[in-house]
Structures are given as structure tokens and as C-alpha cells.
Design a protein around this ligand. Structure first.
Ligand code: UGA
Length: 455
């Protein structure tokens, strides 16, 4: 929304949320999320044509276009638990829009939703409309965290799906006009509602599938002496395949991939497509396998026990340049090591101690549900086994092993000689992101494990 405000000075953008602390943070000097370049964009427009408010109903009533970006977490109970998207927040947003609207509106699905959600939303709006006309559009977002501003500035494409009626087409044109302020029109693709909804899930599933494919290869590389970086380079040079998203890792994380694939699996199952569901489920299973394989590697290398040993965890966010930890591979890896009673010393440049401790105490899928609805946190006493520190040297001091779980640039530039000297010997390093120079570290004296590389 900040980017729309920046690029469209003629449009007034109001971001509304019922959470007062969140809106206060957006109105303050310290924005509630870390995203390179976002500060500048928000500060350039805030108070001019970009506003943040908790007066949800008034601003929705006044708007011509309403973007709905509420969360659609994975259901934790009831029908489809563990797979289906929970549309509670979407439904209540739609009911509120219907209640307060006195003029015609375009309602845009921005959240990632299961295919056919627009049909349900249309029903809610049109059965409660009091003569107001609503057009539903699907406009999925393709930005990735850490590069959000760049992605929004120059998107590969903008997708707009709508009804194939004259009113539907008119609504599509209105939204197209907004993006056309800065996106070349040949990059704005229009289509039917269901194609747009499904394209978002399909894109994420196929991106995640590439990572699971290369991660599956990484296990085979380790078994055969091949080097996954070389294999991925060779494969990616084929222009039909391309080189992006072929970096082997400890596993993909983030709020989208797993959630969207599980959701796709559920939709396939509901449509009786068992084989298709199993095909996509395998992408998530390989990802879980990759994380547990990493933990096994750490434990088995360190003489089959990490009990009581200090292990440094460098990086907790699900990828670099973000403080987001949702579904981060680090959470599962830390759980695995805590299960073996390791003493963890965790450092991440952007994640707070409170966040790390909360993540380690939470059940899977709970992260995306409002805190007041959450079950009490696990009784697991992480406090004795986990400490969170403020730099990498502190984390590694006296440690038996180091695990790199996020590809922060600063981990490439650490003084590994100094780290080696401060560690117990033999000093192990497990690089879950392939960021370090293996030969260089072996020269210092480390025993090095890198994903998919010869041991
Ligand atoms: C992802 C998609 O890339 C976006 O296009 C999409 O809009 C977004 O989900 C969404 O649905 O909202 P995001 O989750 O922010 O974006 O981050 P990614 O850059 O896709 O990374 C996901 C995970 O895969 C990270 O843990 C990352 O470290 C990992 N990854 C990525 C790899 O392990 N290897 C790679 O080669 C690339």
C-alpha cells in the first residue's frame, strides 16, 4: 500500500487495522517490521496520501477500492486441520465491509486464499449488501520478504482476476489503472478469478518444489561425493530451467510456502485428486526430511551426543534481511538439538530474544493465530537449554559446534580464526546455507559440514 501511495500521488491510501499498537507503530519512527527500503517509502508519503488508522469502518465506508490483506493461517482444529486455510478473518472482514458500505466498491483479495474463495466472499457481500454493488477481484501478491520494495518497484508481473461480466471487466480496468502508474501494461495480466487465485498457490508450490528438488539432490551429493553447488549451476544453465531458487539449504521456511502447499494439498483432496495431493505433499515432506537430516548430521558428527555441549546457532530468521521467523528452519533444528539436550546459544541480527523464546515454545501452525486465541505455551523448559546473545563471537565462545541457519551476509565476513580459537576442539561447523568458504575453514582447523558438499 505504501508503494501504491508513493507511485500514485493522486490516490489516497488508508491502511486500517483493529490492532492499536500495530497502527501506532506504523505512525511512529520505528516501523513494526524490518524490510530494506520500506522506511524511506513510508516516510515519503505518510501524512500526505498514506495514512494508518484504527477507524476501520469509516475508512472502508469511504473507499472505492478495498484491499483485504487479513491473514489466512492453517487451521489448527476442525475440518482440514493442519492443511486447510482458516478463512475466519476473511469472512469477518467481508461481513464488516457489507455492513458499513453505502456506496459501490471493488473488493480486492490480496491475502493468499484457496481457489474459489471469491465465490464465498461474493455470497457474503451480495447477501448483505443493502443495494450496494460489489465487484470482487483477485490480485495476489508476489513480493518476497527482504526484497519487498525491489519486487514491488519492478514486479515480474501483476495479476488481476475478475468476473467475465461487463461490471467485472470495468473493475479489472480500474485496478489496472492503479498499477499502470508504474508497471508497464504488458506486465499486468488479467484473467478469470479462479485462474488468478490458483496462480498464486501454483507459483509458490513450484518455487518450493525447486528447493525440495535441489535439497533432495543434496542428500545424494553427500552420499556420492558430488557437489550440489556445481550440480545446481550445471542444471540451472539450461535456459528452460533457469538458475534461481536452486540453492540447497537446511530447508525452506517462511509464512507462505508450507502453508500454501498444504492448502493446495487439501484442495486436491477435497476434489478427490489423491495422487495430485500426494505429489505436492512430497515437497513439504522433503523439506521436513532436510531439517531432520541436518540435526542428525550435527549429532552424529559430534560423536553421537550433544548432551550438555554448547552449540552456537547463527541465524534464526527464515532468510536474510528479515526479522521474520515464521516457519523458520531454525525452529525445527533447535527443537531437534534441544531434544538431544544441547545447550544452545543463539544469535540473529534481527530477531529479539523474546521472539526466539516464544517460537521455541510454540506449537506448529500457532504462530499465525492471534495471541489471545493461542493455547498456553508448551511446558518445555527451554530457558535452561537456550540462551540468546547479541553477537556471533559471544554465541560461539566455548562452543563445540556452530550451526549456520540463516544466510546473513555478516556470517560470510566473520573472523573465523578468532571463532576457532575460542571454541572447544575439535571445532565443528555445520553450514545449513552454504555461505562459508569450506576450504578456508578446513585450513583453520574446523571440521566442516556443508549441505550437499563432499565431506
Ligand atoms: C515467497 C515467494 O518467493 C514470493 O514470490 C511470494 O509472494 C511469497 O512467498 C508469498 O506468498 O507471500 P518469501 O516466503 O518471502 O516469498 O521468501 P522466499 O525468498 O521465497 O524464501 C522462502 C524460503 O526458501 C526461505 O527460507 C529461503 O531461505 C528458502 N530458499 C530460497 C532456499 O532454501 N533456497 C533457494 O534457492 C531459495
Amino acid at each position: 500500500m505504501a508503494m501504491i501511495a508513493l507511485k500514485c500521488p493522486d490516490i489516497q491510501v488508508v491502511v486500517v487495522d483493529i490492532a492499536m499498537p500495530r497502527i501506532n507503530a506504523w505512525n511512529s519512527d520505528t516501523l513494526p517490521i524490518f524490510e530494506p527500503g520500506l522506511d524511506e517509502v513510508v516516510k515519503a508519503c505518510r501524512g500526505k496520501n498514506l495514512f494508518f488508522s484504527t477507524d476501520v469502518e469509516r475508512h472502508v465506508a469511504e473507499a472505492e477500492i478495498v484491499f483485504v490483506s487479513v491473514n489466512t493461517p492453517t487451521k489448527t482444529s476442525g475440518l482440514g486441520a493442519g492443511k486447510a486455510a482458516d478463512l475466519t478473518y476473511w469472512e469477518s472482514a467481508a461481513r464488516m465491509i457489507a455492513d458499513v458500505s453505502k456506496s459501490d466498491k471493488i473488493v480486492v483479495e490480496k491475502s493468499t486464499v484457496p481457489v474459489k474463495t471469491a465465490e464465498a466472499i461474493e455470497k457474503i457481500l451480495n447477501h448483505n449488501c443493502n443495494g450496494v454493488n460489489f465487484q470482487i477481484l483477485s490480485n495476489p501478491e508476489f513480493l518476497a520478504e527482504g526484497t519487498a520494495i525491489e519486487d514491488l518497484m519492478k514486479p515480474d508481473r501483476v495479476l488481476i482476476g475478475g468476473r467475465e461480466t461487463p461490471e467485472g471487466q470495468k473493475a479489472i480496468e480500474a485496478l489496472k489503472d492503479v498499477y499502470a502508474h508504474w508497471v508497464p501494461t504488458d506486465c499486468i495480466i488479467t484473467m478469470n478469478l479462479w485462474s488468478a487465485e490458483l496462480s498464486k498457490l501454483a507459483a509458490n508450490a513450484i518455487l518450493a518444489q525447486r528447493i525440495s528438488s535441489v535439497n533432495a539432490m543434496s542428500a545424494l551429493c553427500e552420499a556420492t561425493g558430488a557437489d550440489v553447488t556445481e550440480v545446481a549451476y550445471a542444471v540451472g544453465k539450461d535456459s528452460r530451467i533457469g538458475s534461481c531458487f536452486l540453492n540447497a539449504s537446511v530447508g525452506f521456511g517462511g509464512s507462505c510456502f508450507q502453508k500454501d502447499i498444504l492448502n493446495l494439498v487439501y484442495i486436491c483432496e477435497c476434489n478427490g485428486l489423491t495422487e495430485v495431493a500426494n505429489y505436492w505433499k512430497q515437497v513439504v515432506q522433503i523439506n521436513d526430511y532436510q531439517k531432520s537430516r541436518f540435526v542428525k548430521r550435527v549429532v552424529s558428527s559430534m560423536f553421537n551426543t550433544v548432551s550438555g555441549k554448547k552449540v552456537a546457532i547463527l541465524g534464526f530468521a527464515f532468510k536474510k534481511d528479515t526479522g521474520d521467523t515464521r516457519e523458520a528452519a531454525a525452529i525445527d533444528v533447535c527443537h531437534g538439538l534441544i531434544g538431544d539436550k544441547a545447550q544452545l546459544s543463539i544469535y540473529d541480527p534481527q530477531v529479539t530474544e523474546a521472539q526466539i523464546l516464544r517460537d521455541l515454545a510454540m506449537d506448529k501452525f500457532d504462530w499465525d493465530h492471534p495471541q489471545h486465541l493461542q493455547k498456553p505455551l508448551n511446558p518445555v523448559d527451554t530457558t535452561k537449554l537456550v540462551s540468546v546473545v547479541v553477537d556471533a563471537y559471544e554465541a560461539t565462545k566455548g562452543a563445540h559446534g556452530v550451526c549456520i541457519l540463516t544466510e546473513w551476509d555478516e556470517f560470510k565476513k566473520l573472523d573465523y580464526k578468532r571463532i576457532y580459537e575460542g571454541m572447544q576442539k575439535p571445532a565443528f561447523i555445520f553450514d545449513g546455507r552454504n555461505v562459508i568458504d569450506v576450504a578456508e575453514l578446513r585450513k583453520i582447523g574446523f571440521i566442516v559440514y556443508s549441505v550437499g558438499k563432499p565431506l
